[in-house]
Design a protein around this ligand. Structure first.
Ligand SMILES: [Ca+2]
Length: 258
């Protein structure tokens, strides 16, 4: 695991896994680094600053890609299933099945959560799937054939690395044993102000406040109207028997029903 200066590529910090482990998906979440291993059903937790190992966690099946939303770790295992993992208990809280055109999308590899979507490398494919994190449906594909052809130097030098810089709204991709990292822009990408951005949260907050205000106004109107209803009904009951049917019919035809 290496920390690298983005502008120069210089390695700033690194640690090695014990040789029996095959390092896989990795994500930074709440000041810690979470890392999967491929077949060992064991994940590692490190302190973000020191890279010191502070914990381990078990999981079933294979470990491939790892990312997170604001609540959960999100992992792939090479099938079309994506598991949401509680970062404290490490229990599975949700399983999302990924489909495109009615077919399950397998070999989901490295993941990155971007504004309500999960971006996923498909192992041995030059395409990234943009998955709706709520439904599991593939919304679109990002075709990176032109970039892959620049870096391909073997069957296993696959496209395999996606990172989103939330603060700068920048997207980076790379691959296995590649010498370069690419910053890309996605046409028709997830909209700015999506579900987890400041604008999105502000809109939700405004809507919640407006609903609350509407409820308050309705309550107030009912409170004001209630005494009048109580007053008007007996008054109407008093007036009604005193209206002569013919006189009433003359002044207002509708009252002739009484
Ligand atoms: Ca990632």
């Amino acid at each position: 695991m290496r920390k690298v200066a983005l502008d120069t590529g210089q390695v700033i910090q690194k640690i090695s896994l014990p040789s029996q482990y095959f390092g896989e998906g990795l994500t930074i979440f709440r000041g810690k680094i979470y890392q999967l291993t491929w077949l060992s059903t064991k994940g590692f937790v490190y302190d973000l600053r020191s890279f010191r190992k502070v914990g381990e966690f078990p999981y079933d099946n294979e470990g491939w890609g790892l990312t997170h939303d604001d609540r959960s770790l999100i992992m792939s295992d090479g099938t079309n299933k994506i598991r949401y993992i509680d970062p404290v208990s490490f229990g599975v809280t949700r399983t999302l099945e990924v489909y495109a055109g009615g077919e399950g999308v397998v070999n989901l590899n490295e993941l990155e959560y971007v504004k309500g979507e999960i971006f996923a490398n498909i192992w041995h494919s030059p395409r990234i799937a943009r998955i709706d994190a709520r439904s599991g449906q593939v919304l679109a594909w990002i075709d990176l054939t032109s970039i892959v052809s620049k870096e391909r130097h073997g069957d296993e030098s696959v496209l395999n690395g996606i990172a989103y810089d939330k603060a700068g709204d920048r997207l980076f991709v790379t691959g296995k044993n590649w010498s370069r990292l690419f910053e890309i822009e996605v046409e028709g990408g997830p909209r700015k102000g999506g579900p987890e951005t400041g604008t999105g949260l502000f809109c939700s907050w405004v809507m919640a406040e407006l609903e609350w205000l509407a409820e308050c106004l309705l309550g107030l109107v009912m409170l004001v109207a209630l005494p009048f209803v109580k007053l008007v009904r007996p008054l109407a009951d008093y007036i009604r028997p005193h209206i002569h049917p013919s006189a009433a019919a003359k002044s207002c035809p509708r009252l002739s029903r009484f």
